[in-house]
Design a protein around this ligand. Sequence first.
Ligand code: TXA
Ligand code: MG
Length: 522
Amino acid sequence: METKILSTSEYDIELAGKILADGGLVAFPTETVYGLGANALDEEAVKKIYQAKGRPSDNPLIVHISRKEDIVPLVKEITPKAQALIDAFFPAPLTIILPKSDKIGNVVSGGLNTVAVRMPENEVARKIISASACPIAAPSANTSGLPSPTRAKYVIEDMTGKIDAILDGGDCEFGVESTVITLATDIPTILRPGAVTKEMIEKVIGKVEIAKAVLEGMKNDEVAASPGMKYKHYAPKAKVVIVNADKTEYEKFVNTRKDAFALCFEEDNIHIPKVTFGKNNDDLSQAKELFDALRKLDEMGAKKVYARIPNTNGVGMAVYNRLIRAAAFDIIDLKKPFTIGLTGQTGAGKGYIGKYLAQLGFTVLDSDKYVAQIYENNFEFLKKLQAQFGNNIIINGKLDRKALANIAFSSKENTQKLNHIVHPEVMRLCKKDADGLTVLDAPQLFEANAQDECYKIISVTAPYEMRLERIMKRDKISKEQAQQRMNAQLDEEYYINHSDFIIKNNGEDIKNQVDKIINEIL
Ligand code: TXA
Ligand code: MG
């Protein structure tokens, strides 16, 4: 099929309207993204939209109108809240969902009994709809699954040969699709955030909810309030990972990545290949650039992309909502003090792995060293120990470690008391020294309740006999003493159930196991 490229001239707008009225497909600009239009009342024409996009047939389309009153025949009833939204916002990047009238067929509505309606703000869009003299069903004019097109050239890339015409109206103003709100539920619910924000809507109709799927991934068996939310969306070919970090942390992290691209803000100081999406603290600029940036990354051949996290309020919620879908919900959380918590059974070979992680460039904090340090010369800490375990543990102002061990390990209760004093102090000091990509190497990570301070937890396990031998040799102790120590620890199952990754140190290539895990984490 030959695809005509049209301009915004009166003649071409009339022509676009005529093609639509005759059952053809025309892509046209709106203030959000380019839409791929067909006569919404012509089921055969609408079917062609799904074909051209490769869109699943259960994902309904938005019906576009050019005058407020044109919504009336499309819906069962205009509720007071719907009327209030129409009065306050239309024309706008806002789509409202209401129970549908008999005029709306099952192809447009994806088999649902509701219909989504929007009156675009973009004047060219309204002129085209008006010229067609029919309501226009129009999803974003991209191939299904790719980022929505914010420039005509992307529509040309995706749709040439598949549709009748593309009307080039320049770049889209907002760059993310309209806010979608359903009024067909008890409490109005935002199914997709856009440039008309929750705050703006609540000023007009009171409390609205945000559908859970807007900011979180959906479980496989969950039913989507909006079918579009269940598909992996807006995805470039590259693997995108969002980095939850402030500017400095982000720069530091990204600048040490190899073979990767940064998807960052204009102000960010980045030394690897990058594409920017707007300015920090300017959510409108981020919205406008995001989809364009995702497409550019593909053009540049990016395979792995680390994206800066946007704020999630105002229009930022729309930006974040699109970006986490592009990233398939993959977020590295560097806001936690420790990137990796490294723990495991005594004698399993944790120390070796800690050393290897240091070679890989991580800051590795050995909690045992901090314990030794506070026993050595932390006066405040010694005073606490003395208050708990008596004056006998201090001799000449110095800790008598043997005396302390005798009391502290005489009963489970005393051991716990000691831990309650030691662990918080060790954690406080480790957190102070955490810097960028940091590993907390702590045999008692779970006992110290440090799991929530770590982004990912790696536990090391090894066969019993192997550990026993290692401990006896390392600490020069008897078999019985070694067994006693091992029995006082958490069992293997606990580590397996509470860790993100398990390294089995049974003689297999450890470095290879670590490399694989780090590759997955970062
Ligand atoms: O800004 C926009 O809304 C653009 C421009 C072209 O107007 N259009 C657009 O359409 O983004 P589309 O099809 O890409 O996204 C429409 C979204 C989908 O997630 C769809 O599942 C949802 O709206 N939707 C449509 N009708 C619905 C309904 N009756 N109930 C629930 N969700 C609906
Ligand atoms: Mg779309």
